[in-house]
Design a binder for this molecule. Structure first.
Ligand code: MN
Length: 429
């Protein structure tokens, strides 16, 4: 089935700014609540949030096999479980109804009133009920940088790294939607030079500039997904800030990996951009060698050219650019991650989330964490207001952005933001 929704020449009768992340070619999916307390699945064009529950009720999806309440839900899990054919039919239809040449909804003021909202008048909610969250570690630059700092130059990249898309199972309960504030976490740390650990608020609170992909109900327990079939099972992508408390992480991570240094919060952007919308931005990833057959892909354009940014907004409103990276730097592709994840028979479900791992590029301006940007805190950065940072302070607001662009269309993710609040009060410090 053709992805007619991607037609770069299509224009909408809704006004869209040229620099918008959400032209009619994007049609992402999210969940929002209106001023009248109605929770619905929706999409977005420009600065307009579109209530797909009302859109469906008023007959605009007629002819597409959908359950009556498909969009009147507080998560996209059921819609995602319906599979690629449905996603494509729905996106194509939305594009058609909002096309400048289609008068049906355009000329129906009553319908427009219940379907279309100013995006600033709705509140975005978590788009999915995340069943399981896995975080990979797929940027060679990031893994090398962290390895150098934690283990030294000679053992930077572990011997398995070039063979396995390394990952760990994260925590889904603390995945939150953009705009949710994060309390500085408490934990155990081993201060430099000390022989006994101490307890207190993390002093080394960090971001991780990542993306994540969302899967459908892909396979039954015991049945691996062949690498060439993986893409059928990926619904779309979001930006992900995988908050990390480096001092807690450093003390706890041997031998079983990240735990409380990671699971206090992970923030995702509110709109899931579909793989269909990202299709025009495929590109080649880094050259790989020594890849076992089950991880070898037929196609070579296995990555995506997604420009990424991390920005620190201080309390006075200044925006400081921390990093400019790109998804295409990732060594392991999403297809390889999903094939590896399921090769032992592990089943993935609709709404599962797979983080890319911090996406660092080759040079300092493209590092995806403060750990790397300030090289373990040894090289502080100076902000516009004259203060310095190694890691984040209370009151800092971390903003991730991401978009793809060619000469005809720009497809973006909107914002992934989170403000850091002071630690909560404890009874027994
Ligand atoms: Mn991570």
């Amino acid at each position: 089935m053709q992805i007619t929704a991607n037609n770069p020449d299509r224009k909408s009768w809704l006004q869209v700014d040229k620099k918008s992340d959400f032209p009619i070619q994007n049609i992402p999916f999210g969940v929002f609540i209106t001023k009248d307390d109605i929770i619905t699945i929706g999409t977005r064009i420009g600065e307009f949030a579109i209530d797909l529950g009302a859109f469906h009720q008023l007959g605009y999806f007629d002819g597409i096999p959908l359950t009556d309440d498909m969009f009147m839900q507080d998560s996209l899990n059921d819609f995602i479980a319906d599979g690629r054919k449905t996603w494509r039919l729905v996106r194509n239809r939305i594009a058609d109804v909002f096309d400048v040449n289609n008068p049906a909804l355009q000329n129906n003021e009553k319908h427009k009133e219940v379907i279309i909202f100013d995006v600033n008048e709705v509140e975005m909610l978590m788009p999915i009920d995340v069943g399981d969250y896995t975080d990979f570690y797929s940027s060679k630059e990031h893994a090398t940088n962290v390895g150098k700092m934690f283990r030294g130059e000679d053992n930077a990249l572990m011997p398995n790294w070039l063979h396995i898309p390394v990952g760990y199972h994260g925590r889904s309960s603390s995945v939150v939607v953009s705009g949710t504030s994060i309390h500085r976490p408490y934990g155990q740390t081993l201060p430099n030079g000390a022989s006994e650990p101490v307890f207190g608020p993390s002093k080394l609170l960090d971001m991780e500039l990542e993306t994540a992909f969302i899967t459908t109900a892909a396979n039954n327990l015991g049945e691996p997904i062949h690498i060439d079939d993986t893409f059928e099972n990926i619904f779309g992508m979001v930006l992900l800030n995988d908050w990390s408390a480096r001092d807690i992480q450093k003390w706890e991570y041997v031998p079983l990996g990240p735990f409380l240094g990671k699971n206090f919060a992970s923030t995702i952007s509110a709109w899931i951009v579909t793989m269909d919308a990202l299709e025009p931005f495929r590109c080649e990833g880094p050259k790989q060698d020594k890849v076992l057959p089950y991880l070898q892909q037929k196609r070579t354009d296995t990555s995506f050219d997604i420009k990424l940014k991390a920005i620190l907004k201080t309390e006075n409103g200044d925006k400081n650019l921390l990093s400019e990276s790109n998804f295409k730097y990732l060594y392991w592709s999403m297809a390889q991650q999903l094939a590896h994840h399921t090769v032992n028979g592990c089943n993935v479900r609709s709404g599962d989330m797979m983080g890319s791992g911090t996406i660092s590029g080759p040079n300092k301006g493209s590092y995806g964490s403060m750990l790397e940007i300030t090289w373990g805190g040894k090289e502080p950065i100076t902000l516009k207001d004259g203060t310095t940072r190694t890691f984040f302070q209370d009151g800092d607001n971390v903003i991730l952005r991401g978009y793809c662009e060619n000469d005809k269309v720009r497809i973006g993710f909107g914002k992934c933001t989170g403000k850091i609040l002071p630690p909560v009060n404890l009874k027994n410090k």
